[in-house]
Write a protein that binds this ligand. Sequence first.
Ligand code: AMP
Ligand code: MG
Length: 287
Amino acid sequence: MDWREKYAVEPGGKLRLSDYDPSDTGKHKSHEEALPKIKDHVERMAKLQYLLYADGSQALLIVLQGLDAAGKDGTIRHLFSGMNPQGVSVACFKQPTPIEHEHDFLWRIHAHAPSKGDVVIFNRSHYEDVLVVRVHKLVPRDVWSKRYDEINEFEHLLTRDGNVKILKFYLHISPEEQLARFKQRLDDPARNWKISESDYTEREYWPQYVEAYEEALSRTSTKQAPWFVVPSNHKWFRDLVISRIVVDTLDEMGLKLPPTRVDLAQITKKYHAAVANVKNGSFGKGK
Ligand code: AMP
Ligand code: MG
């Protein structure tokens, strides 16, 4: 079974989040059972990322979206820390700065699109401009309603011209689970810093966010840049689903080590000559 089919949002379909159970764990029963699989995926992801970097002809963009406490930060920590920092970066999108406000909504996003060979993870993204911006009426309907097409065109450009593979994950949690996580933030001094007043005010807009997510996911899930609804009440299942989809995607990208740029026979001779120079004491004496 291809998990990408199982969790992908059908392009052109009409998605209803109430059809998805945020507590779903598929056939898996426990964290203990899933852990070796997650570990295996994380190791394979690290190897494939090395190949992507060496190959240097394609890129991967991972978009993480979800309500407060949905687990965006945890996903990044659990799944991507095994990759080589040289080819991986995370871009977090917060409230736009005054300078960002002076530009179109995709300006700040485009600057973080991955170079060939790189993996970039977006912690929030251009989708905020049809989510929080829509829910709080930060721009008129006439403006945000055009953004779905603009986003599709932008993502198409990244795919076609930048050779970027795009995977977009919606971390689906229930309101009860969100509250349980807010409680953990209150109880655990190491997590107190994560609490913000806005967590509670935004929670009041839950139905509006659901509506905004449903439209965003329905209208911008495309073949080149699919959305996946990830059941995320159980963190381990969220990690399992995302890591599996990322591994399967990288596996299919046809990544190869680039051909050697030198004549290996010639270089081998030079190597042996260098070893001989050290042995006979002539190394370091000049030409
Ligand atoms: P956090 O991810 O908890 O650090 O919070 C970042 C905040 O920035 C969230 O409340 C987002 O909704 C908000 N944010 C991100 N992008 C935008 C945007 N384009 N317009 C307004 N608010 C945004
Ligand atoms: Mg937050």
